[in-house]
Design a protein around this ligand. Structure first.
Ligand SMILES: NC(=O)c1ccc[n+]([C@@H]2O[C@H](COP(=O)([O-])OP(=O)(O)OC[C@H]3O[C@@H](n4cnc5c(N)ncnc54)[C@H](OP(=O)(O)O)[C@@H]3O)[C@@H](O)[C@H]2O)c1
Length: 497
């Protein structure tokens, strides 16, 4: 990360009494400050309905940092300096009367530092409040720049289907210009995700292989071992397709499939990702089951302990049809990828917590080692996003001994081993980018809408009472057995990371 530029700013967090602020935003802001990359002076104006004084809010945030931050305060004096920048304004974001009070707090902060009036708003509330917040920011005049930048960060989900995403887009556009809007997908802030682009476009040796002539199949897996925990009611409304596939997995697909952007800047990177979205073959409403498969976890085991099924979780209907597992087969109809299947899967209560992209290459056209009893695996390149970030290339080697036996060998690179230390949290990078006005790692509105449009036929079919089957799977397994047949038609098999 770059060293702090002299850009005084104020961050205004809506929903500041909530989980995201406590677990992610404040620890990230603190770590940026402790790492001396947060531009100074700054003010963080936190707002939510819960009544609290500035000091009570600071005590809460101190505890949150103790629990969740990557870097701990070296001394109370350093913490105190940071804490002085925290201001709490209690109020209901749906009430127009709150906004003049926020403006007063902003003006006080700006007067005290006598430089610039750059403002970054952050919607960290349930999405049902976005409309009110955006509308109030617009009508109060707070959305307009006043001698510095004015930007807004919106948390996912950006709508729950194409129509609602468009409505949110229109609402945002009524108060802000597109270049003021930052739609956060924290996945894109992860170091390894950014490294996909470095790996692809800073190394000359892979690009010639990165196409249909050499790649047989791409698999993207984002697997969680946990269930819905305390978020059953939320998940009932979301499901795996909305919660993970529409954003994170499709973003990963775009990073793998995109053409080289002219430069690593927001415009060119977003353009190339949008082109991938345009090239993905639409899913035919009458043939959804050929492109999508869903499942739901039943009782099973996690870390050796028995765990309940999804329908027994708190906040979940006993006859729920919400999918906790989703798999897609997508085709990217362009010169580079024609005919290469992209398989995407995500789920809860799977065997392991792992996120990875696996690229399977074509086999050698002819195998001269026919006496080897073991055969040869096709080469594969696996990019691990979590845990244990890194990448591994699998090649064939002769195993030691008098016989000509071949076996797979992994050339493995682990971030932690090579670079040491903990990489910055995704929110650190993304917050700093928004402060610096770099939207490269944020999702543009047209991309988001295109993603919803692509998944529309699946959402519709899965929403029907007589829709495609919802396959059960045992908690702690790799998903429904039927998922194997789903992938086998391209003569592939799901990986067991
Ligand atoms: N939590 C995470 O790790 C995470 C991760 C990724 C994305 N997100 C997204 O980030 C956003 C915030 O998530 P969160 O988990 O922090 O949410 P949350 O804890 O449920 O809500 C944040 C705050 O919003 C306020 N609020 C809730 N309902 C309200 C209402 N009806 N009217 C006015 N204020 C209300 C509450 O504060 P008061 O009661 O004090 O007003 C609450 O503390 C969501 O859009 C979520 O999807 C969260």
């Amino acid at each position: 990360m770059t060293v702090a530029a002299d850009e005084p700013f104020s961050l205004i967090i809506f929903g500041a009494s909530g989980d995201l602020t406590r677990r992610k935003l404040m620890p990230a802001l603190w770590s940026l400050y402790a790492g001396r990359v947060l531009p100074e002076p700054f003010t963080i104006i936190a707002t939510a309905r819960t009544g609290m004084t500035d000091d009570e809010f600071r005590v809460r945030m101190r505890a949150a940092i103790g629990e969740f931050a990557r870097i701990q305060p070296p001394s109370e004096a350093v913490w105190e300096r940071f804490a002085r920048a925290l201001v709490y304004v209690a109020g209901d974001p749906t009430d127009a009367a709150l906004y003049p009070r926020i403006e007063r707090a902003l003006k006080d902060a700006e007067a005290a530092r006598a430089a610039g009036a750059s403002r970054l708003f952050y919607c960290a509330t349930p999405p049902s409040l976005y409309d009110d917040i955006i509308q109030n920011l617009g009508s109060s005049g707070l959305a307009r720049p006043v001698g510095g930048f004015t930007r807004i960060i919106v948390e996912k989900p950006f709508g729950r289907d194409y129509a609602s995403a468009r409505a949110l887009g229109r609402q945002l556009a009524s108060a802000f210009h597109e270049e003021q809007i930052y739609r956060i997908d924290h996945y894109l802030g992860k170091e390894t995700v950014q490294n996909i682009l470095v790996f692809r476009f800073a190394n000359g040796i892979f690009e010639p292989l990165w196409n249909r002539n050499h790649v047989a199949e791409v698999q993207v897996t984002v697997a969680e071992s946990i269930g819905v925990e305390t978020r059953g009611a939320y998940y009932e409304e979301a499901g795996a397709l909305r919660d993970m596939m529409q954003n994170h997995l499709l973003q990963l697909l775009c990073l793998i499939a995109m053409e080289p952007p002219v430069t690593f800047d927001a415009g060119p990177v977003r353009d190339e990702k949008n082109k991938v979205m345009h090239a993905i073959r639409p899913i035919e409403p009458a043939r959804v089951s050929e492109s999508a498969l869903r499942g739901q976890y039943g009782p099973g085991f996690a870390e050796g302990k028995p765990v309940p099924g999804y329908r027994q979780e708190k906040g979940v209907a006993p006859d729920s049809k919400t999918e906790t597992y989703a798999a897609l087969r997508l085709l990217v109809d362009n010169w580079r990828w024609a005919g290469v299947p992209f398989y995407l899967r995500t789920g809860k209560r799977l065997a392991k917590r792992v996120s990875e992209i696996a690229i399977r290459f074509h086999r050698t056209p002819h195998l001269i080692f026919h006496r080897s009893p073991t055969g040869v695996e096709a080469n594969s390149l696996v990019i691990r996003i979590q845990p244990d970030e890194g990448m591994a290339l699998t090649v064939a080697a002769k195993t030691p001994g008098p016989d000509l036996r071949l076996g797979p060998v992994r050339l493995d690179f682990r971030y932690g081993e090579v670079f040491g230390g903990e990489p910055p949290e995704a929110y650190e990078r993304l917050l700093l980018d928004a402060i610096h006005g770099d939207a490269t790692l944020y999702a543009p509105g047209d991309w988001v809408e295109k993603a919803w449009q692509l998944l529309g036929p699946v959402l519709d079919a899965w929403g029907e009472a007589a829709g495609p089957p919802l396959y059960p799977y045992e908690a702690g397994s790799w998903g429904p057995a039927e998922a194997e047949a789903f992938i086998a038609r391209d003569s592939g098999a799901w990986r067991r990371p």
